[in-house]
Design a protein around this ligand. Structure first.
Ligand code: B12
Ligand code: SF4
Ligand code: SF4
Length: 390
């Protein structure tokens, strides 16, 4: 085949992939190759060496393959990176002032994106395989793939100072997925950094989770603390979490590039009204069965009722809403130690001092609960002396 005929053929294949991706509901598609992110492995090692992954041991266990896509599947010649827009229809930060409601991050306000995207990726991949005879594998956070650096290399956007991918056309509300293939496809140009002197995302973070621009300490990130972290939320972050009960969007929401963002066109990813600001009072009532039923198909289901209630109780403690106190007090007797600990903290903030002490006498105790109790007493004493000083 002459070079011109080969180019025309490649152009047609590319147009075919783009067409199939759009038909499957993707908003953007670009191509790179498995060796396009040579800096990622070293940066991942540094992140892990600093312990910034916290309890996400799976990041460390898979580090070798994660840092080098070529190791994941040595036969792969090209990586097709795809993005699906999940832009919100409202200001995601407005819920933060509704203290008796919970703030659910935008990505979790409808169906689990893994489920939505995986089927669509398979659709595009199978069309490509049928047309070229090439082998294909699809990933959406389902294998050790560093999706952000690959997406940057493919030109989908750049990793902003908050470390997430920002697109010039779509802003920061973009889920990423990939198709690895043995087909040799012409790679796109990587995207350049367009953050400039902006640092809005770094300054807004409630828990100071960025040790430096482009670096995140996950252990301090509310997304990690409320989702990945299985144990009690460390005391130092509880107030700063406010009413965020599942993930956090602050660093994404303040990005000026979101002026180009569009509302999600995929109905399964568009925020549900009842998930935007659910009443804490209702969530505090959830038992295991009700939790599973309410959050069936939602990413929230993944963390289970006890971890979710832990988060809701922290938000209740921060709400200043005395109407929640009685239910929080009941939850000090919950079967789950995780729930009991968070309930004690919430009661320490919501109940009057005499009532708080009376409830202590009432309760069945265990050593973990007792530690929470002591902490809540100290917290009350500190807050009282701060008020006196002021
Ligand atoms: C682990 C993980 C988390 C962890 C850790 C996040 C992190 N930044 O590492 C936690 C639980 C905190 C998390 C939170 C969120 N996550 Co998350 N998460 C992942 C996951 C599974 C792996 C990310 C990873 O590899 N981290 C390890 C670090 C070392 O890699 P990195 O973040 O790319 O770090 C780079 C920078 O630090 C950079 N770097 C370091 N030094 C320097 C210096 C300079 C000068 C430069 C330029 C760069 C640079 O190099 C590193 C390598 O590229 C990916 C899915 C996937 N498989 O990729 C989703 C993913 C990143 N998450 C996603 C989302 C949506 C979120 C949340 C917005 C959810 C929410 N609303 O709560 C938050 C955002 C928090 C934030 N600011 O990052 C999306 C992001 C989509 C996008 N547009 O980028 C992904 C891609 C999932 C998906 N398939 O769509 N997440
Ligand atoms: S998601 Fe929230 S807590 Fe995490 S880095 Fe961004 S602003 Fe900070
Ligand atoms: S908020 Fe500013 S610094 Fe942060 S990612 Fe957006 S442009 Fe970059």
């Amino acid at each position: 085949m002459s070079p011109t005929a080969a180019q025309a053929d490649t152009g047609r294949l590319r147009a075919f992939i783009e067409g199939e991706a759009v038909k499957a509901g993707f908003d953007v598609v670009r191509i790179t190759h498995p060796a396009a992110t040579p800096q990622a492995a070293g940066r991942l090692s540094e992140f892990l060496a600093e312990g910034r992954h916290g309890s996400m041991d799976w990041l460390a266990e898979t580090a070798e393959r994660r840092g080098a896509p070529a190791r994941l599947w040595p036969d792969a010649r090209s990586v097709i990176m795809l993005g699906m827009n999940y832009g919100p229809s409202h200001d995601p930060l407005s819920v933060l002032s509704e203290r008796s409601a919970g703030a659910v991050s935008v990505y979790a306000q409808n169906r689990d994106y893994h489920d939505v995207m995986k089927g669509r990726l398979k659709l595009v991949a199978s069309k490509l395989a049928a047309r070229t005879g090439a082998d294909v594998k699809v990933f959406v956070d389902t294998a050790p793939v560093m999706e952000k650096p690959l997406a940057e290399a493919a030109g989908l956007g750049w990793q902003g100072k908050h470390t997430n991918l920002v697109s010039r056309d779509l802003g920061s509300w973009l889920f990423l997925g990939s198709i690895f293939t043995t087909a040799q496809l012409p790679p796109d140009e990587p995207e350049k950094d367009h953050c400039g002197s902006c640092r809005a995302c770094l300054d807004v973070c409630p828990t100071d989770a960025f040790p430096a621009p482009y670096q995140l300490d996950a252990r301090r990130c509310i997304s990690y603390l409320t989702i990945e972290n299985k144990g009690p939320i460390p005391h130092e972050f509880r107030e700063a979490i406010g009413n965020r009960i599942y993930g956090c969007d602050d660093c994404l929401a303040v990005c000026p590039w979101n002026k180009f963002a569009r509302t999600a066109s995929e109905a399964k990813l568009a925020g549900r009204d009842d998930r935007r600001a659910p009443a804490l009072a209702d969530l505090l009532e959830l038992d295991d069965a009700a939790f599973r039923q309410t959050f069936s198909g939602s990413p929230i289901k993944r963390i289970g009722r006890d971890r979710f209630l832990r988060n809701v109780l922290i938000a209740a403690g921060n709400s200043g809403d005395a109407r929640l106190a009685e239910r929080c007090a009941e939850l000090m007797r919950d079967a789950s130690a995780l729930v009991r600990g968070a309930a004690i903290w919430a009661c320490g903030r919501l109940l009057a001092p005499e009532e708080f002490e009376r409830r202590h006498v009432d309760r069945v105790t265990d050593p973990e609960d007792e530690r929470e109790w002591e902490w809540a007493r100290r917290m009350r004493a500190t807050r009282r002396s701060e008020r006196v000083d002021a």
